[in-house]
Structure formats: C-alpha cells, structure tokens
Design a protein. Structure first.
Length: 139
C-alpha cells in the first residue's frame, strides 16, 4: 500500500477510490429491496454505474500514463453523474426511501467533488511539466 513516506503505491491507497468502492457497496445494499421486475432495469443500471466509478479509477491508475489516467477519471466522473440521475429516479419512483436516497446523493456528491479535484490537480501538474511553446529565431 503506502510506503513509509506516504507515497501511493496502489490505487487502493487513493481516498477517491476508497470512497467509490464504499459507494458501490452502499448501492448494492440499497438496491437489494428493489422489486423483481427491476432486476434488469434500474437496479442493474445503478449497480453498473456504481461499479464503474472505482473500476475506472483503478484502471486509469494502472495504465500509468497521464492521458489514460485522465481519460479513465473522466469516465468515472460520468458514471458517477449517471448514478446520481438513477438514484433520483429510484427515489421519485418510490424504490428508495427518502433517507436512503439522501444518503446516496450525499456520497455521490462527495465523490463528484473528489473526482473533480483529482482531475484538476492532474491537469495543473501536467500543464506545469509540459514545455512551453518553442520559439524559433528564424525570420
């Protein structure tokens, strides 16, 4: 996991991945009580979107290039937004109790902020490391 200096050695060390993983577990638990006719409907969609977020964080981390990591984080962000919409719909349809929906929405929002912050940090770091425009002395 992390080494003695607090360096990230695995995607599992990333708090954003841990939050996404915990949210996936919460979605699985919350959707257990959905009716049978939702087995391949909203239940499945919510679970897939929830799983997609930490999975894409892990995949991007494992790719080891900034471009691929950023691409995977963008996919994770989109999946999290998808889950937010589905949780709202599940509440409005009476499939989730208001408190369960509120808890999920809070976790989804927190994860959204964490993903946005991580993507911003990566973008700033990659911009600061990239060479400036080349200046030619040719006339």
């Amino acid at each position: 996991m992390t080494d003695g200096n607090g360096q990230v050695r695995s995607y599992r060390d990333l708090v954003v991945w841990q939050k996404g993983y915990a949210l996936s577990l919460a979605v699985y638990r919350a959707t257990r009580s959905f009716p049978r006719d939702e087995t391949y409907g909203l239940r499945s969609q919510m679970r897939r979107a929830a799983i997609s977020t930490p999975s894409n964080i892990a995949e991007g981390y494992g790719r080891r290039t900034t471009a691929e990591y950023t691409r995977s984080l963008n996919i994770a962000y989109g999946s999290n937004c998808e889950l937010e919409t589905q949780a709202m719909l599940a509440c409005d349809l009476g499939l989730l109790k208001p408190q369960a929906s509120s808890d999920l929405q809070n976790d989804i929002h927190e994860l959204e902020l964490m993903l946005a912050s991580l993507m911003g940090t990566i973008k700033r770091r990659s911009v600061s490391r990239s060479p400036g425009p080349s200046i030619s002395n040719k006339t």
